[in-house]
Design a protein around this ligand. Structure first.
Ligand SMILES: [Zn+2]
Ligand SMILES: [Zn+2]
Length: 267
């Protein structure tokens, strides 16, 4: 299957050193026909409040589009939502003619869940419920986006054994249902982030939540490696595709100037 990877960071993200050309070479080598750069913007984040140099980014993309005419390189941003800074975020987004807006969340009550302090003084249940509450508020109220990134990010770096780390539907069934129903009713896509498969048996989100999305009428998913280095482009996409299909999901989706182009996951 010619893959479309809808979550990729290049050196224009503060936490990646991947040159765009090397990502393009990896795309060719791995049968990735299309990928979307989703550089970070995280206003108010204690460690990474540094946006990309957008002019240099767009120039570099134009150069690589000319150099690799067989590849489709899309422009997107991974929006680290922060309710107090939404006006600023929207201004940044509106100033760019992006293909794709990926709604993400890395801050819960001022802490990134990769910080062990997020888990101090609370049970896993309490920590995960709080993450889902804030994520729900973001999904319901962020004004305009195409897909939701790594639902279950709290589990990625949580201080529990790998088997216990993934967010499960049973951790917050009512809130997760509300969130998924909102996506389904508004035709938004849910990301299947395969970076979770590096350390756990589950993409982010896992099968139970993907299954629930399908049950609630959700249709569209994006396949997403969250690669910060060329070797992780389209990481375990065949597994993600199988998991999606077994959960009852039939459609992947790509975006061109914010217009969705669905494609069948099953050939
Ligand atoms: Zn992220
Ligand atoms: Zn990311």
């Amino acid at each position: 299957m010619p893959w479309a990877d809808y979550h990729v960071h290049s050196e224009y993200s503060f936490d990646s050193t991947a040159e765009l050309e090397l990502l393009c070479d990896a795309a060719r080598a791995k049968g990735v026909r299309e990928f979307c750069l989703t550089e970070h913007i995280d206003p108010g984040h204690p460690d990474c409040d540094q946006p990309p140099d957008f002019d240099a980014w767009l120039r570099d993309i134009a150069r690589c589009r000319a150099e690799y005419p067989d590849l489709c390189i899309r422009t997107g941003l991974e929006i680290g939502d922060n309710a107090a800074r939404r006006a600023q975020i929207v201004q940044t987004l509106d100033a760019l003619a992006l293909d794709f807006r990926l709604l993400s969340l890395h801050l819960v009550d001022g802490l990134d869940p990769y910080d062990p302090a997020f888990y101090e003084g609370r049970t896993q249940e309490q920590a995960y419920r709080r993450y889902v509450e804030v994520k729900l508020e973001s999904v319901l109220h962020f004004p305009d986006y195409d897909a939701v990134a790594h639902l279950g990010y709290c589990g990625k770096f949580a201080p529990y054994p790998p088997a216990l780390r993934p967010l499960r539907w049973r951790h917050a069934p009512d809130h997760i249902d509300m969130l998924l129903r909102h996506l389904a009713q508004n035709g938004k896509a849910l990301e299947i982030n395969t970076s979770g498969l590096k350390e756990t048996d589950s993409p982010i989100p896992g099968w139970d939540i993907l299954r629930r999305f399908a049950e609630l009428g959700g249709e569209f998913v994006t396949l997403a490696s969250d690669a910060h280095a060329p070797e992780y482009l389209a990481y375990r996409f065949e597994d993600a595709r199988r998991i999606a299909i077994s959960a009852g999901l039939k459609w992947g989706v790509t975006f061109e100037r914010r217009t969705p182009h669905p494609y069948r996951l099953e050939e």
